[in-house]
Write a protein that binds this ligand. Structure first.
Ligand SMILES: Cc1cc2nc3c(=O)[nH]c(=O)nc-3n(C[C@H](O)[C@H](O)[C@H](O)COP(=O)(O)OP(=O)(O)OC[C@H]3O[C@@H](n4cnc5c(N)ncnc54)[C@H](O)[C@@H]3O)c2cc1C
Length: 408
């Protein structure tokens, strides 16, 4: 088991510097354009695919880094470049993780390559769980999956919302209710293969931030998928639901809400994205404060400005340490006894919102314009306290974990 250390090894430093170079040379220069266009930056994704950053192999390598620092380092550097473009690059990973976590080896081998495509023909994938009436409260999900035994097909009906890459994805992973009595234990995930009739894109959202990332509703009308598209297979689902029914009947363990508990382990990755955005805004503000002169001296010579920068840097470093701790714990199999995953996401996302707002203030009028990137970074930072569990839900998970109450 890897000991916790803050000393990056040579391989980690090399990957970090390579990603930083891509973020600085390719992502950052394209950021303002794709933010204004509010479209998926296909050419940038293609560049990322060409150099090997847009592929399952790359993320698997980072994921299996025994120190746990591979993923947070990668996220921090890419999101330092630009959050909207970086989300377009890593968004497919959400769906890929859905398949890796629940799929059979055959499903992993069949669908994940189709999610990414290749460098000459890049594709994206979407993970569709949220619904208009089931955001934080995943157990309220309404999308139904009904098994048609005669044809060995599943029939999906419902409306998903907020799906990153929804409707433009080659492969959609859709979470649906198989047995409503069981709450989130009665949910299952399905692959919807490319060009399946009945799946369409609903509204595409015009967003406040991360505008280079496509977010849309996904409408499912009598979508028929073959039996082999149920992730994990029917036998495993039947066994899992039989166990859940038994527990429910015996009044045993309460059914947990997936949005509150299941993604605890993935939350440090979102925390790392927030650290990347916060660091980017801090660096712009520091540079500006050193060079902008008022009253005959650089504005950083005023304590009012210098102390803000001191706080910003301290909070960013604290956020990174929480993220690294949680990632190391997750990788080395240490249980999150104090909801350390949620702590890292909560603190890093709130820090990103605060630090990017301070950066605008330090740049004065310039900070308020689109001539400087901190305005965009502040809009982007707002997403971190919302997706993958809002800050309120993180606090709820932490508080219930500490108090020993069930997370439901
Ligand atoms: C840009 C973007 C991309 C997204 N990408 C995806 C994706 O790819 N796939 C996907 O499935 N989903 C995605 N989401 C959905 C996201 O995860 C949800 O928006 C999030 O879980 C919150 O759900 P909600 O928006 O319905 O808010 P609600 O759950 O309605 O919450 C509204 C407010 O009430 C608060 N609240 C709710 N319950 C409680 C409580 N018990 N105690 C205290 N406060 C509470 C919340 O914290 C929030 O402040 C995305 C969202 C956005 C905005």
């Amino acid at each position: 088991m890897a000991e916790f250390t803050l000393d990056l090894n040579d391989d980690q430093k090399q990957v970090r510097d390579w990603l930083h170079g891509f973020a600085a040379d390719v992502i950052r220069p394209a950021a303002a354009e794709w933010d204004e266009r509010e479209e998926t930056p296909w050419p940038v994704i293609q560049e990322a695919a060409k150099v090997g950053i847009y592929s399952l192999d790359f993320y698997a390598q980072q994921f299996f880094d025994p120190t746990g620092l591979g993923i947070p380092m990668a996220m921090e550097e890419l999101f330092w470049g630009d959050a909207g473009i970086a989300l377009s690059i890593v968004g497919t990973g959400l769906a890929a993780v859905g398949v890796l976590a629940n799929g059979t080896e055959e499903q992993i081998g069949t669908w994940i390559p189709q999610m990414y495509g290749d460098a000459n023909d890049v594709k994206v994938a979407a993970f569709c769980s949220s619904e208009p009436d089931a955001g934080s409260d995943v157990a309220s999900m309404r999308t139904r999956a009904v098994y048609d035994q005669a044809k060995d097909e599943w029939v999906l009906n419902g409306t998903k919302t907020w799906a990153t890459n929804g409707g433009i994805a080659n492969v959609h992973v859709v979470v649906a209710v198989v047995d409503a009595e069981l709450g989130s234990k009665g949910h299952a995930s399905f692959i919807v293969p490319p060009n399946t009739p009945g799946l369409s894109q609903g509204q595409k959202f015009k967003k406040h931030g991360i505008r280079a990332s496509h977010t849309a509703e996904v409408v499912l009308e009598d979508v028929r998928v073959p039996g082999h598209c149920l992730l994990g297979g029917k036998e495993k689902l039947d066994q899992r639901m039989a166990r859940a029914r038994e527990r429910a009947q015996s009044g045993g363990e309460r059914v947990k809400n997936a949005a509150m508990a299941t993604f605890e382990a993935s939350r440090p990755a979102v925390g790392a994205m927030a650290v990347g955005t916060a660091r980017a805004a801090y660096e712009v503000a520091l540079d500006y404060a050193r060079t902008r002169t008022q009253f005959g001296r650089p504005i950083i010579d005023n304590q009012g400005i210098a102390f803000q920068l001191a706080d910003m840097r301290t909070q960013i470093d604290a956020a990174r340490l929480l993220v690294w701790r949680a990632s190391w714990m997750a990788t080395t199999g240490k249980p999150f006894e104090s909801a350390e995953g949620s702590m890292s996401k909560l603190y890093a996302s709130e820090t990103a919102k605060k630090v990017t707002a301070q950066a605008i203030q330090i740049l004065g009028g310039n900070g308020f314009t689109r001539e400087y990137p901190v305005e965009r970074m502040h809009r982007d930072a707002a997403i971190y306290t919302i997706f993958e569990g809002t800050s309120e839900i993180q606090r709820l998970v932490i508080a219930r974990t500490l108090s020993g109450m069930p997370i439901r």
